[in-house]
Design a protein around this ligand. Structure first.
Ligand code: OAA
Length: 166
């Protein structure tokens, strides 16, 4: 399936942008992973410096979805590392957006998924299992709901209420 270019999507969907059904994330994310462009239905997760629930979701079948992790913007530890990156590739996730940090950057860059994160930090996270799945999260200036669509490429990241058609 040909990826929808984010610039093209913005140019041809003025009404959706005006209504807020299509939003552009603030450009605060770094690009990791083999897949420079990716898209899919969103699964949301809210955690803070704890990645037990991240692993729980990534262990399940991704079915081309995008995991959106609101880590509260913390840059004090990593929520995703090389093992989880490899697992996400194997279970079929299209990509992972982290409002927080990752680690094992070289390994993640070798995985056939798309990853966006604020930065890297070699510290691991807590393992208490605290957090909430499938709730609305507020990331980079926009509210993101479970089931909405994410489109990412080299230009940026879009959130759409529904799947976009070319
Ligand atoms: O388990 C963790 O904390 C994350 C990690 O390092 C990995 O996925 O390899």
């Amino acid at each position: 399936m040909a990826a929808i270019a984010t610039a093209e999507a913005c140019d041809s969907n003025a009404a959706l942008l005006a209504s807020g059904d299509l939003r552009v994330l603030q450009p605060i994310f770094k690009i990791y992973g083999q897949s420079r462009a990716f898209s899919g239905p969103i699964v949301t997760l809210k955690v803070f410096e704890d990645n037990v629930l991240v692993r729980e979701l990534i262990e399940r079948k991704g079915e081309g979805r995008v995991l959106v992790i609101d880590g509260g913007g913390s840059t004090r530890c990593a929520l995703v590392g090389g093992n989880l990156g490899q697992m996400a590739q194997n279970t079929g996730w299209a990509g992972i957006l982290v409002n927080g940090c990752i680690r094992d950057v070289d390994e993640i860059n070798g995985c056939d998924i798309g990853v966006r994160a604020l930065a890297s930090n070699p510290m691991k996270s807590n393992k208490k299992g605290i957090g909430e799945k499938h709730i609305p999260v507020h990331i980079a200036g926009t509210l993101i709901r479970d089931g909405e669509w994410l489109y990412a490429d080299s230009d940026g990241i879009l959130i759409s209420k529904t799947e976009l058609s070319i």
